[in-house]
Ligand binder design. Structure first.
Ligand code: ADP
Ligand code: MG
Length: 450
């Protein structure tokens, strides 16, 4: 079909004129165009569920209009979140293969391999653990629990394990499932007319596996039924030395909706985090990515991008392709520092303009699963106080609002109380790794449009 990224680029140029520059930066630019199919569906992917909701709520019509202007006929815009995108890529792959039926389908994203994963200080331990379980599933580190912020390579590693086992141990049954899908599959089996059989089938599917990989477990709900079912599945597998690997954006003790018995089960294996890559690794990742995607970008520019993006690998990749794309638009074969400078110009200012105290408070609420009223209200229990102090710190640090104004946002608190909260977190950040990760994760959510 038509070149989808080329079309999208033109759509972006139109969108840029129609939406505020901040919305454009936060929500629109990060969209990935995937496909325009024969039925005129234009499939695009966002980085998260909340980004998807934002798009559906605020921008879908404008996007539709701009697409119409570019291609000259109405397209139906189909918006996916990051997990749906993976499903989509898998499915697409399946249809391609089943049409020539030579090979059995690969349920894993092909490019997410160990070979394509750049190892550095920030991820070497998790990488080694992932390789160990891929080479000898069920023998050590069971379960393996990997956590770390958005876009640091967790899903990549899960698929790498899947790809590795598929190649080296093809008789093993391996399943990758985002937790949200585990839940919805289970609930639909409960609601099925042939409930008993449907539940049996569900169990049969998961409990006969050799390797189960569960992504984004932080989305586990307090629903008793689902946790019970997951608990049983988990126990069943681990007891019979089948490998379980779990990913999350935070450690088990910070998943507030997780039942204690599951939390303690997770601790019976290995729990390890994946950190943000340091500069050397960022450079290596950019080099690898340019090779894989055939982006021609000179070394100085690679370094420039690596120095300017320290949030996540996903952002790093995003910036690299933006820079390369900008270069090709002006007819250049190799992207140079000028292209990078252009892309990064004003980025910081724009971001600052768009972030409101409200957005920061809501994001902190989302992260900790607490309510807006509680966080801005009077409650003094620990579950509320910590998020409140972090929200205060972030508002003060990012937006530089006067303390008195911040106090007003938090139920009329005195400016000394606000100052105390801010200083407490900023002291904590110097010594406490947990707080550093928390704050980083939230900042990542704020900047990657979550
Ligand atoms: P997460 O699941 O932690 O949010 P992903 O696994 O989806 O992050 O990674 C985001 C993107 O960054 C993917 O395209 C992935 O291939 C890439 N990526 C992450 N870490 C690395 C790495 N160490 N080397 C190469 N690519 C990486
Ligand atoms: Mg992921």
């Amino acid at each position: 079909m038509q070149d989808v990224s080329y079309i999208w680029q033109q759509v972006l140029e139109k969108l840029e004129l129609r939406v505020s520059s901040v919305s454009f930066m936060l929500w629109i630019k990060t969209i990935k165009p995937l496909e325009i199919d024969e039925q005129d569906n234009f499939v695009i992917a966002c980085q998260s569920v909340s980004a998807k909701n934002q798009i559906l709520r605020n921008f879908i019509d404008t996007i539709g209009d701009c697409c119409f202007e570019v291609v000259g006929k109405p397209l139906k815009i189909v918006v996916l979140d990051q997990n749906e995108e993976i499903e989509f890529l898998k499915k697409n792959k399946t249809t391609q293969i089943s049409s020539d039926k030579k090979e059995e389908k690969n349920p894993f994203v092909e490019k997410f391999t160990f070979d394509n994963f750049v190892v550095g200080k920030s991820n070497q331990f998790v990488y080694a653990a992932a390789r160990t379980v891929a080479e000898n599933p069920g023998k050590r580190y069971n379960p393996l629990f990997i956590y770390g912020g958005v876009g640091l390579g967790k899903t990549h590693l899960l698929h790498a394990i899947g790809n590795f086992i598929r190649e080296n141990n093809p008789e093993l049954k391996v399943e990758y499932v985002p937790f949200g899908k585990f839940t919805s599959d289970y609930i639909s089996s409960l609601q099925s007319q042939t409930k008993t059989q449907a539940v049996m089938e569900f169990r049969g599917k998961y409990r006969n596996l050799d390797v189960l990989m569960v992504d984004d477990i932080q989305l586990i709900s307090n629903k008793k039924e689902t946790q019970e079912e997951f608990f049983l599945t988990f126990n069943d597998l681990v007891m019979s030395n089948k490998q379980v690997i779990i990913c999350s954006d935070r450690p088990p003790k910070e998943i507030s909706t997780l039942e204690d018995r599951l939390r303690s089960r997770f601790s019976s294996g290995l729990i390890h985090d994946i950190q943000k890559p340091e500069i050397e690794t960022r450079i290596a990742i950019l080099q690898k990515k340019s090779q894989l995607e055939k982006y021609y970008v000179d070394d100085q520019t690679i370094e420039y991008i690596a120095e300017h993006v320290d949030s996540s690998v996903r952002d790093l990749e995003g910036k690299l392709s933006e820079v390369y794309f900008l270069a090709t638009l002006s007819g250049k074969k190799v992207a140079t520092i000028e292209d990078a400078e252009e892309i990064f110009k004003n980025q910081k200012e724009e971001l600052k303009n768009d972030l409101t105290p409200d957005k920061i408070i809501s994001t902190v609420c989302d992260y900790f699963n607490v309510s807006y009223n509680d966080i801005t209200g009077k409650k003094k229990n620990k579950e509320i106080v910590e998020p409140r102090m972090i929200a205060i710190y972030l508002i003060s640090e990012i937006l530089n609002l006067p303390l008195v104004n911040i106090g007003k946002l938090f139920g009329g608190r005195d400016h000394t109380t606000i100052m105390h909260s801010r200083d407490k977190i900023s002291e904590d950040l110097k010594v406490n790794k947990k707080t550093q990760t928390l704050v980083d994760n939230i900042k990542n959510m704020l900047t990657s449009g979550l």
